[in-house]
Structure formats: C-alpha cells, structure tokens
Design a protein around this ligand. Structure first.
Ligand code: COS
Length: 382
C-alpha cells in the first residue's frame, strides 16, 4: 500500500522508528513471550530508550506531544510485531490520559514526566466482576475520611495493573447515583490496602499481564482524587474516546501482519503444480483482506486526525474505527489461517497467534456490541 500522503515529517519519522524497532527487535521474541506468557522486559526497555513512551505527553511535562495520529501509527507498528506488546505500551496512554484530561497542575507535574520518560508505567481500571459493558454499575466504594478516601472492592481485567506505577481507578462515592457517583482516583501500588490479585490465563495477548486488583480499606490521599466527586464516569468515557482509535490501530497492526504472512505464504506454497496464489479463490480472499486492512486504517487515521485538529467529542468516529478495525482484524487473521491451511493451525507459524490476539480487539476497550450501541445512539441522537 502506498504511503499515506497526509503524514507530516514528524509522524513519518516516529512511524519509521517504531517500525524498525518492532521488526528488528520485537517480532523475533513475540512467539517466545506468547508461549511462556512472560513479560517482555527487554522490549519495553527498548521502547523507553527510544523515546516512544512520551509521544502523547505535552512538552511542558517532558513528552514530545506528537499527537493522536502518531500514537496510532506507533501502536500499529508495535502490534504488527507483537499485539501483546502494543497492549503493554498502550496501557500507559490509557491510564495516563485521564491525568491530562482532568488532572490539576500538581497531579500533572507529579506523574506525567515520569510516564513520559518511561520511569513508571500507567494502567486504567474500570471493569469489575459485575461491571463490564455496564461500567456505570461498578460497585467499588470510596468513602471520604478527613484528608483521605477509603476504597473497598475488586477490580478485574486490568492490563498492566501489576507493572504500573500509577493506576487510574474508578470507584463510586454513592452507588444510588449510578454514573453520577463515579469518581476517579490515582492509585499507587504502595498504598496501604492495595494489592494485585489473580493474573488471567488468556487465549491471546498472553505476554500482556491482565490482573485483578484488590482494595481492602485502601487509603488514598484526597490529593489523588482526579477531578471532582461524581466526574469519574465522564473522565472514563472521554478517555476511551481518545484511546479507542489507538485500539483500532492495534487491530490494524495485527491485520496487516496476518495479510503480509498470507501473501508471502500463498506465493511460496505450491499445490497442483502452481503457487496457491494462482488460484482465484485465494486471490479473492487476499483482495478482501487487503480492503479490510486499508478501510480500517483509514478510519483510524481519520478519527485521530480529527482529534489532532482539536475536534472534541468524536465519539461516533472513535467507536466506528475501533469496531470496524477489531472486526477486520478478526476476519483477516481467520482468513490468514485458512490460506495457510493445516500448518496455519499449528504454532509453527504466527498466524494462529494473530487469530488469538485479534479476538481481544473485538472485546476490550468496550465490546464491539457496545461500540454499535454507541454508534446507533449517535446516529439517532438518543
Ligand atoms: N463523553 C463524555 N460524557 C459521556 C460520554 C462521553 N463519551 N459517554 C457518556 N457520557 C456521559 C453522559 O452524557 C451521561 O451524562 P449525564 O449524567 O450528565 O447525562 C453520563 O455520562 C452517563 O452516560 P450514559 O447514560 O450514556 O451511560 P450508560 O450507563 O448508558 O453507559 C456505555 C454508556 C454503555 C456507552 C458505557 O457504559 C460504556 O462505554 N461501556 C463499555 C465500558 C468499556 O469500554 N469498558 C472497557 C474498559 S477499558 S479496557
């Protein structure tokens, strides 16, 4: 595919840097970390050293402030090599973006420079055992006691929760108020009453730790409340509007990797005295896969460009991009396994990993059913 004409020199440069690191250094270790479910420390160190952690952070807080499209370009490149690593990397803007959106100057100065340098990582914790799609139904409570809040509850499915130096965590100060009771807090792992729980054994993105978090009379200083009481749900949703394009880009990366693998294999594999790429049945599959990748990428780039032009509330476009790209990744990765045939079903080739990794793109950051709910609401003005 030809290079997008609309990228700036900075965007092209950061994409090329991410591409080089991903292809040379991340891709060769991806299968190992998937197989062993181990955290790719070395890969994270590389991303940190190359200045890729702070591209979403404003310059005044130590970042390079390259914008939403640059974040998407980097997410795609990392994901092409290793979707679990893209999740590990993306957890920091996901957990850190609420600080940009709603933090006071002191909170920004305390956390953003360390996130920008990669000294600490961030995580975002909204989901609970009984509150997945129905995020406003969360049950973790926060009770104010003098100069602190006391938090109690269990959070689930927190990407990077075991590695983060700060976790943006949502709890309710009044369950009866539903969404309007939800309040955001910045939790540090050393806080009394905080502990990391069970690590999930997952189908895909196995090199990305997904953990439960326990809050047992967890003491959080008042200065670690993000925004006002009751503002947490809007902070959570506005953050997802920003990060869902990044998740879409992660899906595009997996899809492109699957397409590239399928094209190469179709030209190499011979049956009936010719490469299987000579069969129109295979050609049509490749053509459909390429159109899905291209369409998904354009949707991701479009919404990211809107954000970079200062458009707020691009809810419709963000959900469309996340949903379309997630579905595209699942389709393209499944078709790639089909092009490979029997060997595609084995762990000898990466396409089975791409298919397992693609599945989460339809689930996390809001299931694709929830994205369709949001899209329909926007269309209908409901
Ligand atoms: N930006 C700003 N405000 C928003 C918003 C957004 N994108 N989306 C909702 N809000 C506001 C609403 O305007 C409403 O405000 P008021 O109380 O002032 O009217 C409030 O938040 C509640 O919104 P709503 O009534 O739409 O809440 P619902 O309970 O119906 O939930 C969905 C909405 C389903 C969209 C939400 O729960 C959701 O996104 N669920 C998926 C959660 C998710 O993505 N989990 C993954 C976690 S990250 S891995």
């Amino acid at each position: 595919m030809r290079d997008p004409f609309y990228l700036t020199d900075d965007q092209r440069m950061i994409r090329d840097l991410a591409r080089k690191i991903s292809r040379d250094r991340l891709a060769p270790t991806a299968a190992h970390h998937d197989e062993t479910e181990s955290y790719p420390e070395e890969s994270m160190r590389l991303l940190r050293e190359q200045g890729l952690m702070g591209i979403w952070v404003p310059e005044e807080y130590g970042g390079t402030d390259l914008g939403a499209l640059a974040v998407c370009l980097v997410a795609e490149e990392i994901s092409w090599a290793d979707a679990a690593m893209a999740t590990n990397w993306g957890a920091t803007p996901l957990g850190g973006y609420p600080i940009l959106l709603a933090g006071n100057d002191e909170q920004k100065r305390r956390y953003l420079p360390r996130l920008a340098s990669g000294e600490i990582l961030a995580a975002y914790s909204l989901s609970e055992p009984g509150a997945g799609s129905d995020a406003a139904g969360l049950q973790t409570t926060a009770r104010r006691q003098g100069d602190r809040y006391v938090l109690n509850g269990t959070k689930l499915w927190c990407s990077n929760g075991s590695n983060a130096g700060v976790i943006t965590l949502f709890a309710t100060v009044d369950r009866s108020k539903k969404a309007r009771g939800i309040t955001a807090f910045l939790i540090e792992p050393g806080f009394k009453g905080f502990s990391v729980g069970k690590k999930e054994k997952k189908m895909g993105i196995r090199a990305s730790p997904t953990v439960a978090l326990h809050l047992e009379d967890c003491e959080v200083p008042v200065e670690n409340r993000l925004g006002e009481e009751g503002e947490g749900f809007k902070i959570a949703m506005r953050t997802l509007d920003y990060t869902r394009p990044m998740t879409g880009a992660t899906a595009v990366g997996v899809a492109q990797a699957a397409l590239d693998a399928a094209i190469a294999y179709a030209q190499e594999r011979r049956q009936f005295d010719q490469p299987i790429a000579a069969f129109q049945g295979v050609q049509f599959m490749l053509a459909d896969m390429a159109m899905h990748v291209h369409g998904a990428r354009l949707m991701v780039h479009h919404v990211a460009s809107l954000v970079d032009r200062g458009v707020t509330g691009a809810v419709l476009e963000a959900s469309m991009a996340k949903c379309f790209a997630g579905d595209a990744a699942m389709k393209v990765a499944t078709d790639a396994v089909q092009v490979f045939g029997g060997v595609g079903y084995t762990r000898e080739f990466p396409v089975e990993r791409f298919m397992r990794d693609a599945k989460i793109m339809q689930i996390y950051e809001g299931t694709n059913q929830i994205q369709r709910v949001i899209i329909a609401r926007e269309l209908l003005g409901a």
